[in-house]
Design a protein around this ligand. Structure first.
Ligand code: SF4
Ligand code: SF4
Length: 453
């Protein structure tokens, strides 16, 4: 018997008011026993990814709002949070608290929409953190966890499940493995300064491919892409102080397109493994019995919500899943994706992953790179003690208590509207002999239905 993974078994379909995606989320939250984790007065962090600027696949705020309202009803004190990113590229929009809050608001994450505060969990520049000793880690032996997450009494990890350019999968493990790390914690996970896997060591640097200031009209962007100023473009080539590289990925897009800085696969594989360690460190700070994970496997885009766009989903909605074990949860979701038909016209087709049985993320999100795999985070998480690859899928009915769906007014239609309409009837009965409106008595509806007959 493996770890329990709760789902309504809808494959992400919704047929009624009882099976909408919000109701599915509430149902698995209750079924997994998350309500029992929360005591009156508890500070409850809801960790999510608020989406990069112009990304459109991130989770709509209604899911977090619903959780926040439920937590408040239980007596908890919820807050929704995300962390500052590395600079990643010249277009990063969440790398400081100032930028992150502006982006989060643009994406709909405000206290007004959430009914609770939205917090940048690692502070203004990403150094507000807690150092966690991790002797059991597979590759990381310590981690820096964002303080607002580390100090929470309860942690609900609300994840949009999708692919990821480095992690291959962006699920529950990655939501904490990267998302709960402070900025300096992210440098750790990305292998900054590592003697074997660090970008500065592992990369094949090709200055001979650089055309220099004289031959490249993008040289200024290239010269200024590194927050540590490690690149210098000369008249005919480029120089790089690789010894001081911290793997912030800030040069992404600036000098990768020309083949001068390629992306070392070994760094990415090590970072994948480190994500499982980072997740374990975050779970340790809050306490195993106090962390619940929810995977919303909908709008399953091939790249993460940290890119400034969203491609067509590579599979149809897969469903909503919850459990205490992030390894089991992500494994179950990956298996659902593999068993699914690839979405016609999507990147699944581009990479030949349409057929059920094809691993979707190893094929599509890893761009068929042989050694990148959707299994790395999962297997590492099973080795470091984070969780189990074995799971038991438990299919549950919608919650019986429909008050949990939190409709704002549960009076009957008559009780609510009869007195209102008595005062302000929207039907204009006084017009056109009580028929209300001026309309043709009869028209040819077949004519506008474009029937052949
Ligand atoms: S490294 Fe590439 S982008 Fe930078 S100056 Fe050289 S050719 Fe241009
Ligand atoms: S060279 Fe290193 S430190 Fe500079 S932007 Fe690239 S990854 Fe970051």
């Amino acid at each position: 018997m493996g770890s329990k993974v709760y789902t309504m078994g809808t494959d992400g379909r919704s047929h009624s008011a009882a099976s909408g995606l919000v109701q599915q989320m509430v149902t698995v939250f209750e079924a997994a026993g998350f309500a029992e984790m929360i005591r009156p007065g508890d500070a409850v962090a809801i960790k999510l990814h608020c989406g990069e600027w112009n990304n459109t696949a991130y989770l709509r705020p209604v899911y977090a709002r619903t959780l926040a309202d439920r937590i408040k009803a239980l007596g908890g004190r919820p807050f929704v949070c995300d962390t500052t990113t590395l600079t990643y590229s010249t277009l990063s929009t969440r790398a400081t608290a100032l930028d992150l809050l502006i982006t989060a608001e643009r994406n709909g994450y405000t206290s007004a929409t959430l009914g609770c505060p939205f917090i940048v969990a690692d502070g203004f520049s990403g150094t507000d953190d807690v150092l966690v000793d991790l002797p059991e880690g597979y590759i990381l032996k310590e981690a820096y966890i964002a303080k607002a997450i580390a100090l929470a009494d309860v942690l609900i990890v609300l994840t949009h499940f999708k692919g990821h350019p480095i992690g291959v999968i962006g699920g529950s493990i990655k939501n904490l493995g990267i998302g709960a790390q402070s900025k300096r914690g992210k440098m750790n996970v990305h292998m900054g300064g590592h003697p074997k896997y660090g970008f500065g060591v592992a990369i094949d640097f090709h200055p001979e491919r650089c055309k220099g200031r004289a031959g490249c009209d993008r040289w200024e962007a290239c010269e200024s892409c590194c927050p540590y100023g490690l690149f210098h473009v000369t008249e005919t080539s480029i120089e790089w102080d690789r010894e001081h590289c911290v793997d912030c990925l800030g040069h992404g897009g600036a000098n990768t397109w020309c083949g001068v800085c390629d992306s070392p696969e070994i760094t990415q594989r090590a970072a994948c493994a480190a994500m499982a360690d980072g997740c374990l460190a975050a779970v340790k700070t809050v306490g195993r019995g106090k962390v619940g994970f929810i995977n919303m496997a909908i709008d399953v885009s091939p790249a993460c919500d940290c890119v400034g766009y969203a491609d067509m989903p590579i599979v149809p909605h897969l469903g909503v899943f919850a459990g205490r074990d992030p390894v089991a949860l992500d494994k179950a979701t990956v298996d659902k994706a593999a068993a699914s038909q690839g979405m016609p016209g999507s990147a699944a087709e581009d990479y030949g992953a349409e057929e059920p049985g094809t691993p979707k993320f190893s094929t599509v999100s890893a761009h068929s790179r042989e050694d990148m795999s959707e299994e790395i985070q999962l297997v590492t998480g099973s080795l470091n003690g984070l969780g189990s690859l074995d799971y038991e899928m438990v299919t549950v009915d919608p919650v019986a208590d429909r008050t949990l769906w939190q409709f704002p007014d549960r009076r009957s239609t008559r009780a609510k509207f009869q007195p209102l309409y008595a005062k302000d009837d929207p039907f204009p009965r006084e017009r056109h002999d009580g028929r209300g409106y001026k309309r043709a008595d009869e028209v040819d509806l077949d004519r506008v239905s474009q029937h052949d007959d």
